[in-house]
Design a protein around this ligand. Structure first.
Ligand SMILES: Cc1cc2nc3c(=O)[nH]c(=O)nc-3n(C[C@H](O)[C@H](O)[C@H](O)COP(=O)(O)OP(=O)(O)OC[C@H]3O[C@@H](n4cnc5c(N)ncnc54)[C@H](O)[C@@H]3O)c2cc1C
Length: 502
């Protein structure tokens, strides 16, 4: 039987980034994907800063800039037809909570770290290109149907149009989405709250005699509607209950009926170009690891799509897991390092699930929800509250508990110029090949000497101003020290890079 270090189930955004992280860390990888071709279903229209930064650290900055420019141009085209859209560039808009478009750039500590427009197909295409450049094998039309986990590895089986396949691997990573069969086969519980509403995302054409819909979010006595950011795109929340048959195809008549119920007008939908249905089914895996089987992305957590948080969450899972698993496969770190994957990432997902439930509660059409919504909107006028909402929705409030009292330790650091002898080079530039980084702001270079003796997998760069910081490959600050102090640095190196030092 063929063997490989890691089999990844699913070539969605999370599966592809996990594969890239693992290969950069020196592991061999096979990605198995059920679909014969990349999905054309319309899903994410934007990506949060942590997801975007994970791609930027792996060489996709130019591709993202192009994808963002395309999306912004599509909005501008829509603006000409339908009036201004709050999501277009240049405004103070920095995101919404429950359809309240009140999160402001000028209230954020780092306004550039925010959700950027770009569609999921573009994100998946750039990840697939990068994976291809790295020589990652992606086998399409392979539906993983079974696996057997043993003490020393996992045997994975799939079916495909050309027959059945089997491979042996050391670890299996399930990135197979919310309905993950791998998670179910592993017996990992997925508790949560069942669906109460039905949401639609559709691209439609209207009878031109009908009044055009205003762009942006609108709450009515019948539900909620968001029109835009490009012509014909509708996002609707229907509070009359979960769908009778979630898998039945969405029809033009259904979209028209829901639109009429929400807007209270006789809107006529003349064509449906694409339509999908979702619910507020909200669930979180009990654990992200069962032996040699790991979960990442929607396979580990599902929630309603308000605020566009799924990619941010799933791509940060991939960034967190990939380098850790690669270090274990290289034999440099013990398997217990994987415990930190669940303990760091699961609470972040728990918080996202909670904020999507809270959003839904104040989107309901009843007067009680409306009264609470008004209070939330009033509170958001305060700068510090506004910043709280901004950092919650962008994920920038994420801070792993690494046991340090220093605020920067455990946070995911954004890109920044390095300065001092590194003119024109940024932090993320030196992270492109998946290495950790020591930013050494001390004058004596003692931190750099300790790091160089501990591992070749950390790049040392000088900085003009402090603090000095040890940064993991997922951009998490693992240690920080002022002046020439190296107190705690060896402990951090032992914990994340080399348990045998000292
Ligand atoms: C309407 C909507 C709007 C959204 N908007 C946003 C947004 O604006 N911003 C944002 O960040 N997020 C958004 N999301 C969420 C985002 O789309 C998901 O979080 C994201 O797709 C999760 O990626 P993933 O790789 O974990 O899973 P998926 O994208 O679901 O990929 C899973 C892959 O696994 C494959 N697979 C499944 N089973 C098997 C099997 N047995 N064998 C082999 N392959 C298998 C599937 O074919 C699929 O390709 C939105 C979601 C929805 C529904």
């Amino acid at each position: 039987m063929d063997t490989v270090d890691v089999v990844i189930v699913g070539a969605g955004p999370v599966g592809l980034l996990t594969a890239i992280e693992l290969v950069l860390g020196g592991a061999s990888v096979l990605v198995l994907e059920r679909l014969a071709e990349p999905s054309t279903a319309m899903k994410a229209l934007g990506i949060g800063p942590l997801g975007r930064e994970a791609l930027q650290r792996r060489g996709m900055n130019a591709a993202m800039a192009e994808a963002e420019a395309r999306s912004v141009a599509a909005i501008r085209a829509s603006t000409e037809r339908n009036g201004p859209d709050i999501r277009a560039g240049g405004s103070n808009f920095s995101g919404h909570f429950a359809g309240l478009p009140l999160i402001r750039k000028d209230a954020q500590q780092d306004p550039e770290r925010r959700v950027r427009l770009m569609d999921q197909q573009a994100v998946e295409a750039m990840l697939a290109d990068r994976a291809h450049d790295l020589g990652i094998e992606l086998r399409r039309a392979c539906d993983v149907t079974r696996f057997v986990q043993r003490a020393d590895g996992v045997e994975v089986e799939w079916t495909s149009p050309v027959g059945e396949g089997r491979i042996r691997c050391s670890y299996l990573v399930a990135c197979d989405g919310g309905r993950s069969t791998t998670r179910k086969m592993a017996g990992i519980a997925f508790p949560g709250t069942p669906p109460t509403t039905t949401m639609y995302q559709a691209i439609v054409e209207f009878d031109d005699t009908e009044p055009r819909l205003a762009a942006g979010w609108r709450r009515t006595s019948g539900g909620m509607l968001s029109y835009g950011p490009f012509p014909g795109r509708l996002f609707m929340l229907d509070f009359s209950g979960p769908p009778a048959d979630p898998l039945a195809p969405v029809t033009r008549e259904e979209i028209e009926a829901v639109l009429r119920r929400i807007t209270g007008t006789e809107s006529r939908v003349t064509a449906l170009h694409s339509g999908s249905r979702w619910t507020d089914n909200t669930r979180l895996a009990d654990t992200y690891r069962q032996g040699r089987v790991l979960l990442a992305g929607d396979a580990a957590h599902v929630h309603s799509p308000f605020g566009g948080q799924g990619l941010n969450l799933g791509l940060a899972d991939a960034a967190n897991l990939g380098w850790k698993l690669a270090a274990i496969i290289r034999g440099e770190m013990p398997e217990s390092l994987l415990d930190s994957y669940t303990s760091e990432r699961r609470p972040v997902a728990e918080a996202v699930l909670a904020n999507t439930r809270a959003q839904l509660a104040i989107m309901r059409p009843d007067p009680q929800a409306g009264a609470m919504r008004d209070i939330v909107a009033s509170l958001m006028q305060f700068d510090n509250v506004n910043r709280f909402f901004g950092e919650m929705m962008s994920g920038l409030s994420t801070r792993y508990d690494l046991g340090s009292e220093r605020d920067e330790v455990g946070r995911l650091i954004g890109d920044r110029p390095l300065g001092q002898g590194n003119t024109g080079v940024s932090l993320y530039d030196v992270m492109q090949d998946g290495m950790g980084v020591l930013i050494d702001a001390s004058r004596e270079g003692e931190a750099a000497r300790i790091v160089a003796a501990a591992t070749p997998r950390i790049r040392c760069v000088n900085a003009a101003t402090g603090p000095s910081m040890l940064i993991r490959p997922d951009a998490c600050v693992a240690w920080a020290g002022d002046g020439n102090s190296t107190a705690g640095l060896e402990d951090a190196l032992r914990r994340w890079f080399n348990p045998n030092i000292g």
